[in-house]
Design a protein around this ligand. Structure first.
Ligand SMILES: NC(=O)c1ccc[n+]([C@@H]2O[C@H](COP(=O)([O-])OP(=O)(O)OC[C@H]3O[C@@H](n4cnc5c(N)ncnc54)[C@H](OP(=O)(O)O)[C@@H]3O)[C@@H](O)[C@H]2O)c1
Length: 310
């Protein structure tokens, strides 16, 4: 079977399509034929040798990226009863989604309702879990509160806008002017171009900032948070910097790492099935074009999700 791997950290050209062995199946695992794998900034950062992801795999190269997947069950281990061959499933995996086939712990996968299209499910698990946990588990968002979401047109942001609206919050979204109609269409109440510093400073104070950009952008947006307001800064590499600046202003701030929670995956799939949540799939690349997919995600201006097709 074909798999995209890196043998060394570096640029997108490090991604090589190779012929790999079919991975052995343990009794608690499912063999999945990948139909779609989400491409996320963490994939590109790890490929480049940056952050905790690269630290974790540096002694285990070659490595195949890919932390979210949708596919069809081909085979189940002897202890697995939840799935049957032919079932559609999606979920978060510990790397390796960039391949035609992968084995996944049964507990890491969720069955897919018929109403959810394959491609939407391929981009749902990682970005959706991050958006939901950032807003609620870490951010404590309540109905009637004002939430400011940066990078609102991106993979996590476009789902966060819809989920925050669904909670009953007033959503203030930051995006480039070309994305304003898109973000309004997702349900944002106010949309501001983050390039326009005066317009950003005019945003009425919010209860919660969901910072999806981090660094100096995250720090600048702290002025728009109410006294005693909350901040969740999602990019891990700059989280200490944003948290320290927030605490100096007396704000409650936290970083986060998304967790694999069954109930959250089930809620996200139901929300898509019921039409309350839509995954915007802006580009789909073949596995052989993985390097192009990484170049796209590294522009920092992807609308919605980029996927690889199995
Ligand atoms: N901690 C975790 O568990 C976790 C999980 C998932 C993601 N993350 C991190 O969260 C971040 C967002 O992920 P993502 O998948 O949503 O990324 P993404 O899809 O690549 O985000 C693209 C968006 O970023 C916007 N953007 C770029 N620069 C901006 C700026 N200075 N101010 C405001 N918006 C800006 C772009 O907006 P325009 O095109 O409108 O300009 C674009 O819509 C990444 O750093 C990622 O690594 C962390």
């Amino acid at each position: 079977m074909k798999q995209l791997v890196i043998n060394a950290f570096g640029g997108p050209e490090q991604l090589q399509l190779v012929e790999a062995e079919h991975p052995p199946l343990a009794s608690h695992q499912v063999r999945l034929k990948m139909r779609y794998a989400g491409v996320n900034p963490i994939d590109a950062k790890t490929r480049a040798g940056l952050g905790w992801g690269a630290e974790a795999i540096k002694d285990r190269l070659p490595w195949s990226p890919g932390f979210e997947v949708m596919g069809e069950v081909l085979e189940v281990g002897s202890e697995v009863c939840r799935f049957l061959p032919g079932d559609r499933a999606f979920g978060l995996v510990a790397g390796g989604a960039y391949g035609e086939e992968l084995v996944v712990n049964c507990d890491d996968l969720m069955p897919l309702p018929d109403e959810v299209a394959d491609d939407m499910a391929g981009g749902l698990a990682l970005a959706g879990t991050t958006a939901w946990q950032g807003l609620t588990t870490h951010g404590g968002l309540q109905p009637g509160e004002r939430v400011l979401i940066s990078a609102a047109a991106g993979g996590v942001g476009h789902l966060a806008v819809q989920l925050a609206r669904d909670v009953g919050a007033t959503v203030v979204a930051l995006a480039s002017a070309t994305n304003h109609d898109f973000v309004k269409g997702l349900g944002a109440d106010e949309v501001v171009d983050y390039h326009d510093k005066a317009a950003v400073q005019d945003i009425a104070p919010v209860d919660l900032l969901l910072d999806l950009v981090g660094g100096t952008s995250g720090e600048m947006l702290l002025s728009q948070v109410k006294p005693n307001g909350r901040v969740v800064t999602v990019p891990t590499i700059t989280a200490p910097q944003v948290i320290a600046a927030a605490e100096q202003k007396g704000l409650r701030a936290t970083g986060m790492l998304k967790e694999n929670q069954h109930e959250h995956l089930a809620m996200l799939a139901d929300a898509v099935a019921e039409g309350r949540l839509k995954v915007e799939v802006s580009r789909v690349f073949d596995l052989a074009d993985g390097a192009e997919a990484h170049r796209q995600i590294e522009t920092g201006h992807t609308r919605g999700k980029v996927l690889l097709r199995g």
